[in-house]
Design a protein around this ligand. Structure first.
Ligand code: ATP
Length: 341
């Protein structure tokens, strides 16, 4: 499969101006401004192949939006190269936009006061989609997203979930090979989320549509993406399979013990010798064991603890992907050190 997105040493710097205090300061600001340079995106190099669905994640301010703006041609990079669908998104902007679809959860590309289908008709003209292609493709999209009954309503009368489904359909009118989705399920209820995920899977299977998905909702990523790219302070800190992350950190289980009396860490460590276990205290009588090793270790640990301590209650949990990712942000990606501490 060919690369749809390729970036090499991609960087974006912003100048952040600060104002001096008082009238004199404002006057001096007229002639020279104080500023510092913020490197929002720092040396990004990655490529995405046709048909991949990639989760693009990071905490607030990590550089996701800035890099997506460069990938979609809205911003020009400070340095480095970016090629998307074989084009330079910023320089070849006009030709480029018809090769991508974009959905920003917070912003609308539909016209607020006109009926949804009027917006669709306008977009069809803008993208020069033939009647035949429109019919073949959009009938299916409208049905899959269940938006038929909404088409004659003005956008302002739609609920958020209804609007998002229409936004998605609008982004696909020209059936682009590449789709950028920024928080497409933010604020939506579970059923709408499921419908949208199902639909994206279908598009990906049917047309090999490449999808770059930015979201803070990891369940979207788990449902759709085999690969994640994780950003921190403008740099990639992880690029690889989601399953791999889980293997390295997440196949571990958590066991929460409620003891009948206060228990100290030394005695717990002693009990869990040779097993890969980290202990976290919840309160004087309660500890959680994090196991990074496999099942056998778990039954062995439970046996040892129950045999030696007065256990009132016990519960076993999976370590969630969310937890794994939070740990990576806090402690860095260090698989060899098992970061679940
Ligand atoms: N136009 C701008 N001028 C100055 N600084 C900016 C500008 N746009 C973004 N930044 C800064 O660049 C950094 C990266 O911002 P960006 O919006 O790309 O992050 P993000 O990962 O998309 O965050 P979020 O999840 O909050 O949307 C932040 O420190 C931000 O304050």
């Amino acid at each position: 499969m060919k690369n749809v997105i390729e970036t090499e040493g991609l960087r974006k710097e912003f100048k952040a101006y600060s104002s001096r205090e008082g009238l004199g300061g404002a006057f001096r600001d007229l002639f020279t401004r104080n500023y510092k340079v913020i490197r929002a995106v720092d040396d990004l190099s990655f490529s995405i192949k046709q048909g991949e669905m990639v989760g693009y994640i990071g905490e607030n301010g990590a550089g996701k939006s800035t890099s997506i703006k460069m990938l979609t041609g809205i911003l020009n990079p400070t340095s480095g190269t970016v090629r998307v669908n074989g084009m330079d998104p910023h320089r070849q902007r006009e030709k480029f936009v018809s090769s991508i679809g974009v959905v920003f959860g917070q912003r609308s590309q539909l016209w607020w006061d006109i009926a949804v289908q009027e917006s669709f008709r306008l977009l069809k003209k803008v993208y020069k989609v033939s009647d035949e292609d429109y019919k073949n493709h959009m009938e299916h999209v409208i049905e899959s997203l269940d938006i038929g009954p909404l088409l004659d309503k003005p956008v302002r009368k739609l609920s958020l979930g209804q609007r998002m489904r229409c936004e998605l359909a609008a982004a696909l009118i020209h059936n682009p090979p590449l789709l950028f989705l920024d928080e497409p399920t933010i604020g939506l209820d579970v059923l709408v989320k499921l419908k949208i995920r199902q639909f994206l899977k279908e598009m990906n299977e049917k047309y090999k549509t490449t999808i770059l998905l930015t979201t803070h909702d990891l369940s979207d990523i788990e449902a759709l993406c085999e690969r994640v790219i994780m950003l921190d302070q403008g740099k990639i800190i992880y690029d690889g399979a989601l399953a791999h992350l889980r293997q390295d950190f997440g196949e571990g289980k958590k066991i929460e013990f409620q003891f009948g009396e206060p228990v100290d860490e030394t005695s717990l460590k002693h009990l869990s010798e040779e097993l890969e276990v980290f202990w976290q205290q919840n309160n004087a009588n309660s500890w959680t064991a994090l196991l990074t090793a496999q099942e056998a270790g778990m039954s062995e640990l439970i046996g040892r603890v129950v045999g030696a301590k007065k256990v009132l209650d016990m519960s076993i949990h999976e370590v969630s992907t969310e937890e794994i990712i939070r740990q990576i942000y806090e402690k860095g990606y260090q698989p060899e050190k098992r970061i679940l501490t």
